[in-house]
Design a protein. Sequence first.
Length: 496
Amino acid sequence: MKFCWFWGNKLLFVDQSYLEKFDYIVVGAGISGLTTALILAKEGKKVAIFERNSDIAPLLRPYKRKGVSISPGLHVCGWMGKGEIVEKFLNYLNVSDGVEKVLSENGYGTVIVNNKIYNIPRGYEAIKEALCFYFPDYRQTIINYLDLIKECVDQIFYFNHSLPPLKNLHTSFIDASNSSFRVYLQKHNAPEELIELLDAMSYLLVGSRGNELPFLMHSFVIGGFFQSPGFFPFNGITRMLDNFKRELSKYGVKIFLNKEIKKVLVDEKKQAIGVETVDGKKYSSSNVIVTFNPKLLVSMLDKGVLRPIFIKRLEDAQNTFGFYVAYYKVKRELKITSKSIVFYDGHRDLLIGLILNENSNCYVLSAFMPENETNFSYEKFSEEQKKELAMKKLQLIEDTIYNILPEIKNDLELISFLKPWSFEKYTKTVNGSAYGTKQSVDYIGFQHKIPVKNLYLVGQSIYPGFLGAMISAFSLCLEILESNSFWAKVVENETK
Ligand SMILES: Cc1cc2nc3c(=O)[nH]c(=O)nc-3n(C[C@H](O)[C@H](O)[C@H](O)COP(=O)(O)OP(=O)(O)OC[C@H]3O[C@@H](n4cnc5c(N)ncnc54)[C@H](O)[C@@H]3O)c2cc1C
């Protein structure tokens, strides 16, 4: 419905079907959406978040099964050292109170590749010595590889705080990384065993394989795990999310829960002007920021808004794998040297990550297995077929655990089992993809700007993982806000 009034000598029409008007509407309350909304609100913008679930951060929020807390989507994180970027971000956002960060004593942990066991410690020097011990004939290759990782990381202002912020980080990423890290290692005569080891370590954290992952993206993720790998205890994650709620409310951000966005509204000049929810309500905004899988954009915009060339880019983008995740209560104390084990069997292309966490009253073993078939469309599966597939995958996970840790065969109690379609159901990420769309040298990755004015993209499809999603939020805000003064507040924030 429209009504009009006079302003000076102008007749203005106001569309009353719009409920409220914001500077920025953020679609999705995952870590990227929460971070973007809070930064913009702290910097004086009127912001709203729309989330289809009944609470914020469904992918991160720990939940309880059989009295045990488990978190779906945040188990490990790089750059967890004092004064490093995770701390800077959380302090700037003022969400770090009561949130413990733990550095992993054993570094990356144990990696078993084709039945050979490697222990990957923490810190470049220690890793260099360990890798040279396992591959004594390739010392120079290993040194060159680690030096290049350090060099790449050192050129990125998120990790080297003496550098000024670059507004468009992604462009420099693309320019500087035309080759995949597998091609780099092959060119430097690395043996296949070493490449497989590094690929297994990296694939679990990024969702793109060594032959597709740009070296620079590999360095940014693995660099953090070489230098300062760590984790947040689950109660710390809950606390962090509660802190987000407190800060968002302090800065007047309106959070709409159980509100799924059906459409991003665009005017005749092809600029975003708001959103429409599935219950038909419209909200007006000068800008819209979406955090979901970019492949969903086509269905959210009217026909003709996106040019065919961009639609083709969306179609060409591949999704990262979806995870099968099994959580077990461990009925007795486990004496294992590493709390994190990665198992890779190249012949079966079987990759499984195991993480042991201490809960308040017991140990919890989490097992992550990627679905290698990333183009699966679970929609076509009947409930019966899904059940059958899930049972097969669970069996594979359990056989692998018993193979690696035979002594605990009778001490595990399954408490929760998540499948790729569980993640798709909650977060709408296509095929349950754990890290959104793939990072690949084969096609141009996504940036914040979408060819629709005032419509932006943030989230894991730009930079993968918890920290990547946060970086994507900060880098969009660097584009939107006056970068130098805003960034100064982030890096100058005193370590608490
Ligand atoms: C099993 C698993 C384990 C993982 N482990 C780790 C780990 O240990 N370390 C790490 O760094 N990363 C890990 N990740 C990846 C990490 O969790 C993600 O990269 C990160 O949380 C993504 O954040 P995001 O904000 O980009 O996306 P999301 O968290 O997916 O946020 C998008 C939000 O948008 C909402 N949404 C979607 N469509 C709509 C709509 N139409 N209307 C309204 N709301 C909508 C969704 O519900 C969701 O809340 C893991 C992922 C999985 C699946």
